[in-house]
Structure formats: C-alpha cells, structure tokens
Design a protein around this ligand. Structure first.
Ligand SMILES: [Zn+2]
Length: 452
C-alpha cells in the first residue's frame, strides 16, 4: 500500500498534449500582441506577463532590468543537482513590421488555417512560448529532474544584444555551472512536404565590422591629385577585392556535408560532399563548390565592402574617404589576427582601420549528451532523418554564452520549408499550431533524456 502511494505520488501523470499545445498557442498570441519592436523594445511588458504565469505555478522567477522599459526574465526549476543545469534561451524583442505589406495585422496574433500569424511567431516568441509552457508542465506534473532547468527570455537580441550581455556581466550567479543551452539557430528542414534533415547549429561565425579610412591632401576637383584620399582608398580596396581568404573546413561543417552527401543526386557533388576538405583541394572542383555562396561562407573568413564615402560635393577633393567592411570570421580566427592579414592585403600603412564592432567566433563540441539526446528524440519522431551539426554564418546570443564555457546549440524543433523560413524578418510571419505542439513534445523529450 505504501509503495503504491509512493508510485502514485512520484510517477508523473500523463501530459495532455492537446491541452498543453492550446496553452502554448494562447501564450504565443498574447506575446505577439505585446508590441516589442526593437527599438525601443518594451520587453519589460513581456517579462512581467510571463512572470505572472510562471508564478501561478509556483516557479521561482526574477525580472531583471536592462534599461528603462526593457528587462530579461529569469526562471528556475530545481533538479536534484546530480547534473549541471540546462538553459532554455529565447529573446522577446522583434524586428519591425510594415503592416501595409501584411495580409493580417502583424501584432494581432490571429489564427488562420492552422497558423498563428504575427511578428515574432518564428523569431522567436514561438519558442519562448514553448519554453515557458514546458516549464509549467514539468512543474505541474512534478517531473523529477537531474538538472536545474533555467529559463531566460532576454531583451534586445535583434539590435545590441544588451539583454544577454547583462545576464553574463551583471548576474553571472544565475547561470553559474550551467552545462548546456538551447537557443534559436537551426530547425527541422522540410522539402516537398517531408522533413529531410534536422540542423543543430553548434558554432557560428562572428561579425567584425570595420571602417577603413584614407587621408590625403584636400583640393579642388579641377586639379587632380594622385595621392588623394579617394585614390588611396580605391587602390587599397582593389587589392582587397582580389583577396582570396584561405579555405578552412571545420569538423562540424565537414560532418554536415558528409551527412548531406547521400541526398545529392549529382554524383560529382555527392563525392565532393563526402569529403569536402579533399574536394576543395582540387582546383576545378573548388571553383564549382565555392560558387555556392552559402558553402563559400561556411569555409572561409569573408568580407563584404558595404559602404563608401568621399566628398558630398562633386567639385571637392575630400581630405578623408572611408569604406565600411562587414567581415565574418570562422571559429579559430580572432579579430586581431584577421586585421593583421587585412593590413598586409591593403598594403598602405597610412590607412586607418577602425573597429566598429567585433567579437571572437565561438563553437561548441558536437559530441555531447545534449546532441545525443536530440538525436535520440529525432530518431523517435522521424526515423532515418539525419541530425546535422551546422555552422551559422550569422550570429546569435549563443556566442556570448559559449564564451563563458557553456555548450550552446541553436535548435528549435519547428518543421519549416523555405517559404516559412523566409517569412521570419519578412512579411506574414507565422508558425503552425502543429509546430508549436511538436516543439513542445520534442523539447520535453530532450529534457527527459537529459535527466537520465
Ligand atoms: Zn531571433
């Protein structure tokens, strides 16, 4: 009898997934209706809203101010402490939406044909709603956890990253000891109505934004000057444009292409993907492979000249002229190392290089208990579909957490095709009710796997 009572008390009751999904969908609608366009953000409103819900279930929370009207939400569900914490990270700000281009008002959260519409549905209030609902379910069902589960819904990911930075710099105690983190980044990719791969981003390139400034004598446009600032700048940029940065295939990228090789119908590409590093050493093949602009960005440091400025008067030779460069660095490179190489290429010691923004690229191991858990759950839901470690060529808040030693993966189990993905930051952004339910179930299973 005692044993029976113990079993009844401690065995988690079966979760009603239909109800759980409805709860997450409703929360997503509520979050979309709070306009958190960044700037100004106004994420304090979402933080307070989520706090109320979590506290109703007796979960420990804190609203952490970042700036006036802007805040991060922190919550923690205690495990037994035998394993290190897992962080579920989301951001609650969104990019602007031009309502005139949408067929449904972007802050309505309206459901149509099985989709919840609204700015942030994919990026990334959908996942925030899933994380919050999941935490409430685990608490209500008294699911025993080996790890503390930490929820962070931060401000300002889309603009300055001040929300995540504020956690790391001002509240390191709240994430101390955390082993794993799940954030935005990659998804389950759908082609022709079928999931063909799960992507888990394990590393990302880092942005290094530079301004190259040339100086020279000022003068009148009627008397050309050979060593004018504009001429110096153009000469240096011409050398830069011809620069072929070296190719370097990271293990995650090599593994990702190896796993995708089987799906290639073209026999040349199939062989090349199977061993990308070797393939890139063959001259003709290398040219063909690097013509794929995504592949090109995945295997080298890149730079794009995005802006030029000289005189705004047509007859004036300006004393200074500048160019803006958006460089993206592979893991293993440092801003200082890249700038030193750039200097050699520009080959003009009098040019000034100003750093507008820079950070060091980061990566996490693809061989961890978290990856094994994701693989196991994916195999259960979609047998035979590969789970591929990837490198993001853009950057997210994950980089900040990797830098303090946390294994961070970009992974949201939404099944999306290109059409759905392109709506993120675009018009008529939406997520299906089905995807919300799937992500909820999937992440629940990952947490349970990690709790063994
Ligand atoms: Zn995002």
């Amino acid at each position: 009898m005692l044993l029976l009572i113990a079993v009844l008390l401690f065995s988690p009751t079966e979760i009603d997934w239909t109800r759980a999904r409805a709860e997450a969908v409703q929360l997503l609608q509520e979050l979309i209706r709070i306009d958190t366009t960044n700037p100004p953000g106004n994420e304090l409103a979402t933080a307070r809203h989520v706090q109320k819900l979590l506290e109703a279930d007796g979960i420990e929370t804190r609203v952490l101010d970042v700036a006036p009207g802007r805040a991060n939400l922190y919550a923690r569900l205690k495990g037994d402490g035998s394993r290190r914490p897992l962080i579920l990270l989301s951001h609650t700000d969104v990019v602007m939406a031009d309502a005139s281009r949408w067929s449904i008002p972007p802050f309505s959260g309206e459901i149509r044909d099985g989709f919840i519409y609204g700015r942030g549905a994919i990026d990334m209030k959908g996942t925030a709603a899933v994380h919050v609902t999941l935490m409430r379910l685990l608490k209500r069902h008294n699911v025993p956890l080996k790890r503390d589960l930490i929820l962070l819904a931060v401000a300002d990911e889309e603009a300055g990253g001040t929300g995540a930075r504020s956690i790391i710099e001002n509240h390191p105690d709240l994430i101390r000891g955390a082993e794993f983190l799940l954030n935005e980044g990659d998804v389950a990719y759908v082609k022709n109505g079928k999931v063909h791969q799960y992507g888990v981003d394990v590393m990302e390139k880092a942005a290094l934004w530079l301004r190259i400034v040339a100086s020279g004598p000022a003068g009148h446009g009627s008397i050309p000057l050979q060593n004018s600032s504009v001429n110096r700048l153009l000469n240096a940029l011409e050398r830069l444009r011809a620069w072929e940065t070296p190719v370097s295939v990271s293990p995650a990228v090599a593994e990702g292409y190896r796993m995708r090789a089987q799906q290639q119908t073209d026999p040349v590409l199939r062989a090349a993907y199977a061993d990308l590093e070797q393939a890139l050493k063959k001259q003709a093949l290398r040219k063909r492979l690097l013509a794929d602009s995504t592949l090109n960005a995945e295997v080298r440091n890149t730079f794009t000249i995005t802006g030029l400025q000289g005189s705004d008067k047509v007859n004036v030779i300006p004393g200074t002229a500048w160019a803006q460069i958006d460089a993206r660095l592979l893991p293993g490179e440092t801003p200082e190392g890249f700038i030193a190489k750039l200097r050699r290429v520009l080959n003009d010691p009098e040019l000034k290089i100003e750093i507008l923004e820079g950070s060091t690229p980061t990566g996490s191991s693809a061989d961890t208990a978290l990856m094994h858990a994701i693989r196991k759950v994916a195999a259960r839901h979609d047998p035979g579909v590969p789970v591929i470690p990837t490198m993001l060529t853009s950057s997210t808040d994950s980089a900040k957490f990797r830098a303090v030693g946390i294994t961070a993966y970009g992974f949201e189990p939404f099944k999306l095709d290109d059409n759905e993905l392109n709506r993120s930051h675009g018009d008529d952004e939406r997520v299906s009710v089905e995807n919300i339910g799937f992500a909820l179930h999937f992440l629940h299973d990952v947490i349970i796997e990690l709790s063994h």
